[in-house]
Design a protein around this ligand. Structure first.
Ligand code: ATP
Length: 258
């Protein structure tokens, strides 16, 4: 199911402000790619261009190409809603549907297309919750509201909801930044398991987290405030953290700026 993403010469704008410029990279399937860099360098913006979420902001637009294997995601005949189903997203703050039960939170995306029987839904919800390492904690209260779970459980519920629709890629925008250290470790373990099946991209401010969970790391930077962010380098995570080729990368990972 996991697929490769190929980005070429991508720029993203908010109105007339160019937030990122000239980004070219390949994101490998069945692996975790981390995006790191100082605040405002465009990591989240770039992440949202990968599943056409960027353009939902009024005045926002993209130039350049994003391909998911042989499909041009910005092609004229491509439906952005189906792109967002194929490339799922998990946000910084867990955002379960507050009034829905745990079961319905996971089933929400599946119910939209209405082609599943009750027993099929039961099976997919159970597998998704197991996939998100949440099943044992919630199996006896599936009809209780999702909002009643702890922050870490809510984030795993959001991951279960994302994987229930069987995406090929999972984008995660600082998925642990609102969580305590134990919940963070649970999500990191989960990410390592999910990469067997999905292409995973994670934005993180936590350098140790990038080093722990990712196979490849992309470092972004911006020349000055107001300038567009650019990709400085991308390589195996072990190499970025031990022997980067660019001085700016070394300065950032050693804490000299950012
Ligand atoms: N909704 C928006 N409208 C206008 N400008 C925006 C919007 N979101 C982000 N920007 C601008 O785009 C640039 C990149 O922001 P972005 O949030 O992508 O960076 P980031 O690297 O993810 O930052 P952080 O690490 O602080 O989350 C910044 O100059 C920011 O002000």
């Amino acid at each position: 199911m996991a697929k490769q993403i190929e980005v070429s010469d991508l720029d993203a704008y908010y109105g007339s402000h160019k937030a990122i410029e000239g980004i070219t990279m390949t994101i490998e399937p069945r692996s975790v790619t981390a995006f790191i860099g100082p605040s405002g360098c465009g990591k989240s913006t770039f992440l949202r261009t990968l599943n056409r979420m960027h353009e939902v902001i009024p005045g926002a637009r993209v130039e350049g190409k994003v391909r998911l294997e042989d499909q041009d995601l910005y092609g004229a005949s491509v439906d952005p809603v189906s792109v967002r189903r194929t490339i799922g997203m998990v946000f910084q703050r867990p955002n379960p549907f507050p009034t829905m039960s745990i079961f319905d939170n996971v089933a929400a995306g599946l119910k939209l297309n209405g082609r599943f029987s009750k027993s099929q839904l039961d099976g997919i919800v159970e597998n998704s919750l197991k996939g998100a390492n949440l099943w044992n904690e919630v199996k006896n209260r599936l009809n209780k509201p999702g909002a009643g779970l702890s922050g870490g459980q809510q984030q795993r519920l959001c991951i279960a909801r994302a994987i229930a629709v069987q995406p090929q890629v999972l984008l995660m925008d600082e998925p642990c930044s609102a969580l305590d250290p134990i919940s963070t470790l649970a999500i990191e373990d989960l990410i390592s398991e999910l990469k067997q099946e999905f292409t995973i991209v994670i934005v993180t401010h936590n350098m140790q987290q990038a080093a722990r969970v990712s196979d490849r790391t992309a470092f972004f930077n911006l020349a000055a405030q107001g300038q567009p962010g650019k990709l400085v380098e991308m390589d195996e995570t072990s190499r970025i953290f031990t022997n980067p080729t660019q001085k700016a990368t070394e300065d950032y990972i050693t804490g000299r700026f950012g």
